[in-house]
Design a protein around this ligand. Structure first.
Ligand code: NAD
Length: 305
């Protein structure tokens, strides 16, 4: 077999059993306590990584870490606070022999979902600032401290979770859309700078995944419409009730309706697999890329339709 992975006759070489793609690597996953972040943590662990969950939810994050075994730990970290981010990176380095291979900026907030909160004519400046601080500043701080830790070893992969709202307009509140476009931009900029240090920087942009974030937003939208009230003051990021199976199924059905790819349902695991690819050495020549995981939504006019 040639090094191209094809034999002399052009036939594919029989695949070998899938190796652990992050064997021996150390990863930090922000917002790893639940939702997409939890799926990323689980896939990373399955592929042999030692993982630090960095989240603001101590109870859920610690429970997940202890359920997954000694290779997983939890550190409390609000990604919008630089000292917390620095502490999370220091924790990973001191626990794992000075090594950090992968940093996943997954933590994010959607912001308020009332019609008033979502309009450019009436949005609240404080709320805008809060969403940008977590999603955009939090990601930039993650890049900064991850890169500082990775640069001495001249290797590392930073993968951020943006959104299709970082590619298209009209999909979320203005602050959320601005923050997700910011992540795509930061990814390109940081890739330009950090390539010289052997560090790759990419992002993944999911369409709707039935996580607590999306279901709480959906619930709030329904309550808002039912009450005819534009000024409901619900902070959906604090109201993180666990969604029922029925709510998850309904949400998945809504998402399936938009996708051009039929017959499949977008699950947290699908996002995690894309993050895994960008985190692993299999993507060693990919940097500055935004990998959209959306069942074809952004290539179609179905959303606007
Ligand atoms: P989620 O609300 O279900 O989970 C988010 C996790 O992040 C929670 O564990 C929460 O405690 C944590 N978190 C929130 N603020 C934090 C902070 N300041 N510091 C540290 N941790 C914090 O959300 P999710 O749907 O799993 O979203 C994960 C990421 O995926 C987000 O960046 C989100 O914008 C993005 N995303 C989600 C969807 C979707 O449809 N669910 C679509 C596109 C992009």
């Amino acid at each position: 077999p040639s090094h191209h992975g094809w034999d002399g006759n052009g036939a594919a070489v029989a695949p070998t059993p899938m190796p652990k793609r992050l064997d021996g690597k150390v990863a930090i996953v922000t917002g790893g306590a639940r939702g997409i972040g939890e799926a990323i943590v689980r896939v990373f662990v399955k592929h042999g990584a030692r993982v630090v969950i960095a989240d603001i939810d101590d109870a859920v994050g610690e429970a997940l870490a202890s359920a997954l075994g000694p290779q997983v730990s939890f550190v409390r970290c609000d990604v919008s606070v630089e000292e917390d981010v620095r502490r999370a990176v220091d924790w990973a380095l001191s626990r794992h022999g000075g090594r950090l291979d992968v940093y996943c900026n997954n933590a994010g907030v959607l912001g308020r979902q009332t019609r008033a909160a979502k309009s450019i004519l009436s949005f609240d400046a404080g709320e805008f600032d809060r969403v940008l601080r977590v999603n955009a500043l939090g990601t930039a701080l993650g890049m900064k401290h991850a890169a500082l830790a990775m640069a001495p070893r001249r290797a590392g992969s930073i993968v951020s979770v943006a959104s299709v709202a970082g590619v298209l307009g009209g999909l979320g509140p203005h602050a959320y859309t601005a923050s997700k476009h910011a992540i795509v931009g930061l990814t390109k900029n940081a890739a330009c700078e950090l390539g010289a240090h052997g560090i790759r920087v990419n992002c993944v942009s999911p369409f709707g995944v039935a996580t607590p974030m999306l279901i709480n937003a959906w619930r709030q939208g329904h309550d808002d419409a039912a009450a005819g009230d534009d000024d409901l003051d619900i902070d959906i990021d604090i109201d993180i009730a666990v969604p029922s199976d029925e709510e998850v199924e309904k949400m998945e059905e809504v998402v399936r309706g938009f996708a051009t790819l039929k017959g499949a349902t977008l699950r947290p695991r699908d996002i995690a697999e894309a993050v895994l690819f960008l985190a692993s050495d299999e993507s060693r020549y990919i940097s500055g890329h935004n990998l959209v995981v959306d069942g074809g939504v952004t290539t179609s006019r179905n959303l606007i339709g």
